[in-house]
Design a protein around this ligand. Structure first.
Ligand SMILES: C[S@@+](CC[C@H](N)C(=O)[O-])C[C@H]1O[C@@H](n2cnc3c(N)ncnc32)[C@H](O)[C@@H]1O
Length: 256
């Protein structure tokens, strides 16, 4: 079962979620005319692409009907379009100048096979660029797996497809190739979040969705209470807010 996305909940942390995309885009030093954004989500990042490359056409591809509908409603201009599709099987009619993806590959179970194949869709001297959370070992994800894996939740959550992160070093090993110039790095962001249970609010819009949707009413509320309490302990509130450290992997691969 694929858990549904709620674009409104996802966009609650719009500026924090946009930051790594902007950092990724700033490291792309080519001038693409054709851009495809895989796992584009609600489309709010298309404006970043057009700001940097105003003459480009942008196609956003996403497998969530809710995300594609939101993206079409808010489309940043006539050069931008959106399509429903699976990035694992997506193929353009002709290779494109820039294939970009932000915070999507962690949802693809066989991403270590899919990501290298995406290079086939990049034009000569074009770029494959992506950012993926590297947070599998962060407390919010460890606690999610631990609590969801215990009784009475385990029988509803067994076998769920949760996110998988990949380190910068693994991407380097995976993609090192004489025909490509690689720029690979990792960054940890320290997001300062406001309000009550902000780490829960953050992850309930993304990584925790499959667990929350799999639990029946009643049990879901019990899980939420247990998980929120554990997150409050792992991420104490300080005088200025709650700090969510968030490591991420980045790759810019340019075809020679
Ligand atoms: C965390 S959101 C990122 C959205 C946007 N790129 C951003 O950075 O804000 C992950 C997105 O990846 C999409 N996604 C997950 N698996 C996908 C797949 N196999 N094919 C296409 N999109 C996928 C989800 O529907 C969701 O919109």
């Amino acid at each position: 079962m694929t858990a549904r996305w709620d674009p409104r909940l996802y966009l609650a942390y719009e500026s924090e979620r946009a930051r790594p995309f902007i950092d990724l885009v700033m490291r792309i030093l080519t001038h693409p005319r054709t851009i495809v954004d895989l796992g584009c989500g609600p489309g709010h990042l298309s404006a970043v692409l057009l700001d940097r490359w105003p003459d480009a056409t942008v196609l956003g591809v996403d497998s969530s009907p809710e995300m594609v509908a939101q993206a079409r409603r808010d489309a940043a201009g006539p050069q931008v379009s959106y399509a429903l599709g699976d990035l694992a099987t997506w193929a353009p009619p002709v290779p494109v100048d820039l294939v970009i993806s932000n915070a999507a590959f962690q949802w693809v179970p066989d991403q270590l096979e899919v990501v290298p194949r995406l290079r086939d869709h990049v034009a000569p001297e074009g770029v494959l660029a992506f950012q993926v959370p590297d947070n599998h070992h962060e407390p919010n994800h460890v606690l999610l797996r631990e609590i969801a894996g215990r009784a009475p939740y385990a029988k509803h959550t067994a076998g769920l497809a949760l996110t998988r992160s990949v380190s910068p070093a693994t991407y380097l090993d995976l993609l090192a190739d004489d025909a490509w110039d690689l720029d690979v790095w990792g960054t940890t962001y320290y997001h300062v979040l406001e309000g009550e249970d902000p780490v829960y609010r953050w992850i309930s819009g993304t990584g925790a969705r499959p667990v929350l949707e799999a639990l029946p009413p009643g049990l879901r509320e019990d899980f939420e209470a247990e998980y929120k309490a554990a997150l409050r302990e792992a991420y104490p509130t300080r005088s200025y807010g709650t700090v969510l450290p968030f490591p991420r992997s980045f790759v810019v691969a340019k075809r020679r």
